[in-house]
Design a protein around this ligand. Structure first.
Ligand code: ITT
Ligand code: NA
Length: 183
């Protein structure tokens, strides 16, 4: 069985495969869904999944993943704008902003939306951490500046990051839900 993962980010696909590949063939699917303006990752992901489902000329289940880094003392910035901020400022300059803060705590949040055309369901996960100067060359995105328990996510391998991460938690819920529906 195939699951189409609508994303431009191969790092996300790699992480999803670890949870889903015993049952599903997870394939990266190109579809430029219009991201609705919302502060809620779940709304953005669910609408994106439904749009992508409608747009394909097949009836393959779709997943979409919307994620972001939320820095507490910056009122949750960059949050839903994380992708834009990574592309424009870059993570080095996000660190520059955070460096001056007394409280550098933040969280990664992720929502994975699944739809099979009949049912749409969202699964969320979060992980707390601290924004630090960049370290490590694994992972992707903000991983080098996000430290959890003394290690940045970029210093961890995929398996270890998944065991702790926002996405890993959301994917674990999705995998459980899919397994339950099979029975
Ligand atoms: P798609 O929308 O095509 O899936 P994207 O990378 O733009 O790819 P998001 O909008 O969900 O995905 O990501 C928002 C930003 O957060 C983007 O800059 C990502 O690099 C970053 N991000 C998401 N998950 C992350 C993770 O696990 N570790 C580090 N950065 C992450
Ligand atoms: Na995006």
């Amino acid at each position: 069985r195939t699951l189409r993962f609508v994303t431009t980010n191969p790092g996300k696909v790699r992480e999803a495969e670890q949870y889903l590949s015993d049952v599903y063939d997870v394939t990266q699917h190109d579809y430029d869904y219009a991201e609705i303006q919302s502060d809620e990752l779940a709304d953005i992901a669910a609408r994106g999944a439904e749009d992508a489902y409608e747009a394909q000329d097949a009836d393959v289940p779709i997943i979409v993943d919307d994620a972001g880094l939320f820095v507490r003392a910056l009122d949750g910035f960059p949050g839903p704008y994380s992708s834009y901020v990574e592309d424009t400022l870059g993570i080095e300059r996000v660190w520059d902003l955070a460096e001056d803060l007394e409280d550098r705590r933040g969280a990664f949040r992720c929502t994975v939306a699944y739809t099979d055309g009949d049912v749409t369901e969202t699964f969320s996960g979060a992980v707390q951490g601290t924004v630090v100067a960049p370290r490590g060359d694994g992972g992707f995105g903000y991983d080098p500046i996000f430290e959890h328990d003394g290690e940045t996510f970029a210093e961890m391998d995929t398996e270890r990051k998944n065991a702790l991460s926002h996405r890993g938690r959301a994917l674990a819920k999705l995998a459980d839900w899919l397994a339950e529906r099979e029975n």
